[in-house]
Design a protein around this ligand. Structure first.
Ligand code: ADP
Length: 221
């Protein structure tokens, strides 16, 4: 049996004082190691809530969540090393250049100077011309690529992209997918959330459809 990159069992999360807004309702999912997994669903389906629980920034109400066999609540630090997350919002620190941003992140993960891949990552994401630029001078698509770069500094086994093509032009989008596909071919598990069926169909080998906090279908393409 192949190993699991992500294992989710009976996951539920409701927001609000009275817990009336059920963002996730008894969700179970398995993502196999090395797969390109799509989480497809309309706005408000619960995709970001699920990703935020994986990332450890939202607390679940019930259920089990494991990343590469590690329980995300029991051992948050170890699980963070296993995954890189590209958030939906374009948040980047305005004070640091592209290079500095990645170096700070590598430091945060405790990666020794000689083991860092800062320049390689910048190169791979086509940000070489912007290596000393501050985020203010980057276009939306470049900021998105910087966020992808940030998520890769610790060479994670699992890369999670939350609606990564929102606001990205076609050319940049194609470049981004080419790179993400290459990472997948090299063994990185990719999890992508999207509300575009075509995007999920084109890229993913397995797709889970979520709606109103429930998984309504999950199958290979
Ligand atoms: P998606 O990413 O699929 O668009 P979300 O996970 O963002 O879905 O949202 C699922 C539901 O949870 C929505 O009804 C949304 O309004 C609600 N929700 C998400 N985050 C919060 C929050 N921090 N507080 C209250 N409600 C939230």
């Amino acid at each position: 049996m192949s190993k699991l990159a992500v294992e989710i069992k009976g996951l539920s999360k409701a927001y609000g004082k009275l817990k009336t807004n059920r963002a996730l309702d008894n969700v179970s999912l398995e993502v196999k190691e090395g797969s390109f997994f799509g989480l497809l669903g309309p706005n408000g389906a619960g995709k970001s809530t699920l990703i935020n629980i994986l990332a450890g920034v939202v607390r679940k109400d019930e259920g089990l969540v494991k990343i590469a066999g590690i329980d995300v609540e029991e051992n948050q630090k170890a699980s963070k090393f296993k995954m890189g997350i590209v958030p939906q919002e374009l948040v980047v620190d305005p004070f640091f250049t592209v290079y500095e941003t990645l170096e700070i992140y590598a430091g945060y993960f405790g990666i020794r100077k000689r083991d860092r891949r800062t320049e390689d990552i910048i190169d791979a994401l086509g940000l070489k011309d912007k290596i000393n630029a501050k985020p203010r001078s980057l276009s939306g698509g470049m900021k998105r690529r910087l966020l992808v770069a940030k998520a890769l500094v610790h060479s994670p086994e699992i890369l999670i992209l939350d609606e990564p093509t929102a606001g990205v032009d076609v050319e940049l989008r194609d470049q981004l997918w080419k790179y993400v596909k290459k990472l997948n071919e090299q063994g990185t598990t990719i999890i992508l959330t999207t509300h575009y069926l075509e995007e999920a169909e084109e890229l993913c080998d397995e797709i889970a459809v979520v709606n109103k906090g429930r998984v309504i279908a999950c199958d290979t393409k």
